[in-house]
Design a protein around this ligand. Structure first.
Ligand SMILES: [Zn+2]
Ligand SMILES: [Zn+2]
Length: 224
């Protein structure tokens, strides 16, 4: 499957349009080397002066999850690649984006769960990008992807731009869970900003016996 997708990949770098010497990624090696990398807090995933288990923010106000692993912030080139993947139907970017993320994960959870999308929004968009990403990531990490355990009951309004109070009431009881899960799982999402949505899922998972929750996301960015 991966090979088939690779063969269908374009011959030019998708960022600078130079000819690709190899097709490991759909972008060239010099673009790849310039991808921004900053030290981050391993708990909230936000930039920190150096890699740390928990930053000052997390000590004061611990996130609902245990560890967050991301590729970078929502800045070039990740914003551009993600936009093409999500809104321009460039599904073939999924394996490469998953590879970037997989390289950051040393000790993956045995079960990973995509953040669910309400069926109405999924139909409107044609696919749930988190499920596509989680499936690809699970394949590369050799773990299990459970895309049907979590369900979004209501088509919650877009979280961005809502006040904190409104975001919380917007999400209350928005998710349900069926079946059982191991004590350690990981949630997969494309971008984590306020973290309100995944915090709500974490609360649900903990009431159902999950003890350790990792978050694997492509971009982690602070709220504006
Ligand atoms: Zn390039
Ligand atoms: Zn932190």
């Amino acid at each position: 499957m991966f090979r088939t997708i690779l063969r269908a990949l374009p011959l030019r770098c998708q960022l600078c349009h130079h000819t690709l010497e190899n097709r490991r990624y759909p972008w060239c090696e010099s673009c790849h080397e310039s991808f921004p990398r900053v030290p981050r807090c391993l708990h909230c995933g936000l930039p920190a002066p150096y890699v740390t288990e928990s930053c000052g923010r997390c000590l004061n106000n611990p996130p609902a999850w245990d560890r967050l692993i991301c590729v970078g912030g929502y800045t070039f080139p990740y914003d551009k690649l993600l936009h093409r993947f999500k809104y321009q139907g460039q599904y073939w970017l999924a394996p490469a984006l998953a590879t970037l993320l997989a390289q950051e994960i040393d000790d993956p959870a045995a079960v990973i769960l995509p953040v669910p999308m309400h069926w109405r929004r999924r139909i409107a968009r044609g696919f749930n990008h988190s499920t596509v990403l989680a499936n690809e990531l699970a394949k590369q990490l050799g773990v299990q992807c459970e895309s049907k355990v979590l369900k979004r009951n209501r088509a919650t309004r877009q979280q961005q731009g809502l006040s904190r109070q409104f975001r919380l009431s917007n999400l209350r009881e928005a998710f349900t869970m069926t079946g059982s899960l191991p004590e350690r799982v990981a949630l997969v999402d494309d971008v984590v900003t306020t973290g309100t949505t995944i915090a709500e899922i974490c609360r649900l998972l903990r009431t159902r016996g999950v003890k350790h929750i990792d978050i694997y996301c492509l971009c982690r960015t602070p709220p504006k």
